[in-house]
Design a binder for this molecule. Structure first.
Ligand code: CP3
Length: 376
């Protein structure tokens, strides 16, 4: 793993490559940690920046704001990776669906895709419309100055389709599921366009400076067995087949996270991502058994643990670390990236994130020392 990554002709030495090493199952001195939604509403400085920008999209589409907000959690906590501040719904927005986020509400599309005519109109968007995302990636790389690697991301074709058809979040996904069962031909067309759009979007992020990429299949787990393989997994595969695996001579690890995907881990592993993200329903040792040794695992503390106190956070973090590798085997434990099983809750006290990051670093370092007793 080269310690030097080039960016637009500039050499930015990577000071902490622990995250990238763990993605590629190389030995690390401790277990790296970053958190989904590490930049977000639990941080008062995020809420202040959002108020100043006026809206979520104003925040995400402004290079300086997006850079500032990405850096906020890194300035507080010694996290091992940064994640681009943006949203998965930028892609359907660029397809012309009209995205908005009202304060205190979820996302909403002004023009959801609900009939044959709307499906026929869908196209891979001109990446120029997403230029603000690639500009943010380049600006964040500069601001990071090699401190930690930058993760780019996208939604999975299926998860994007959920929002595109429903027009918003949903409790039961009845619109997208009824389309899937009544007009599978239309569903396949939406997913094909989404997969090809996501692939060029991720490649453009990599070319702008993203050093790893993650595909969020947040709603893969709402599908029936059989439907998951046909309507989610097959299109994640179509993305992975098109996304570059290296850039300027450096490997770019790919992470696939299917929330609720615990029963399909062997099939997800067959797509050969570098890393599989896991929610909190899965035991890490059992996951390792079903996916084999050729893929790293990311996860999987229940985000609700961060609503408890210091002692509980440390104890539950230790449980996750030990579930990946029992202490007596930990000296050769490779390929674990600590994360939550889903995003940080907005009700989280910021100092609890600090407690978690410190505990993961300290305990995992100790677990790698042979015969050390790991008492919290
Ligand atoms: O993880 C990070 O820190 C990077 C930024 C990021 C955001 N969204 C910022 C955001 C990432 C990686 C996402 C991904 C995303 N967005 C997913 C996949 C991950 C997951 O949570 O399952 C999904 C499903 C979305 C769609 C989305 N965006 C929803 C459902 C919502 C509303 C719910 C919520 O938590 O508010 C958003 C808005 C959003 N995206 C916020 C943030 C910080 C909050 C917006 C605000 O400030 O009001």
């Amino acid at each position: 793993m080269p310690l030097f990554a080039t960016m637009q002709g500039m050499i930015a030495p990577l000071h902490n490559d622990t995250f990238l090493r763990a993605c590629l199952r190389q030995p690390t001195a401790y277990t790296p940690v970053w958190l989904m939604r590490q930049a977000g509403r639990y941080l008062p400085e995020y809420r202040a920046a959002r108020a100043k920008a006026g809206s979520f999209m104003a925040l995400a589409s402004n290079t300086d704001f997006a850079t500032e907000v990405t850096m906020q959690p890194l300035d507080r906590f010694p996290l091992d990776a940064a994640i681009l501040f943006s949203d998965i719904l930028t892609v359907p927005d660029a397809m012309g669906l009209g995205l908005s986020f009202a304060l205190g509400e979820g996302p909403r599309f002004a023009r959801p895709v609900r009939d044959e005519a709307a499906v026929a109109k869908l196209e891979v968007p001109d990446m120029a419309k997403l230029r603000y995302v690639f500009d943010a990636v380049a600006s964040i790389r500069k601001a990071l100055n090699g401190r930690v690697p930058l993760i780019g991301f996208s939604g999975s074709p299926w998860t994007l389709a959920c929002y595109m058809v429903e027009g918003a979040g949903s409790d039961d996904y009845h619109l997208v599921k009824s389309l899937l069962y009544s007009r599978p031909d239309l569903m396949h067309r939406v997913l094909t366009v989404n997969a090809d759009a996501v692939a060029v979007y991720l490649n453009s992020q990599i070319e702008a400076g993203a050093q790893a990429v993650m595909i969020f299949d947040s709603w893969g787990g709402v599908l029936a067995d059989g439907a998951f393989q046909q309507f989610s997994l097959a299109y994640t595969q179509r993305v992975l087949q098109q996304v570059r695996t290296e850039y300027e001579g450096t490997r770019v690890p790919r992470i696939v996270f299917t929330k609720g995907g615990g029963l399909w881990l062997d099939e997800i592993a067959a797509l050969q991502p570098d890393v599989i993200g896991l929610d909190w329903t899965v035991n890490l040792a059992k996951a390792r058994e079903s996916v084999g040794a050729h893929v790293a695992l990311q996860g999987n503390l229940d985000p609700a643990v961060l609503l408890a106190g210091t002692a509980q956070i440390e104890a539950q973090a230790l449980k996750v670390l030990e579930s990946f590798a029992a202490p007596d085997q930990a000296s050769d434990a490779t390929g674990h990236i600590f994360n939550l099983g889903h995003g940080v809750s907005q009700r989280t006290a910021p100092e609890n994130v600090g407690v978690l990051v410190e505990a993961v670093h300290r305990l995992s370092r100790r677990m790698r020392t042979p015969n050390a007793s790991v008492l919290v």
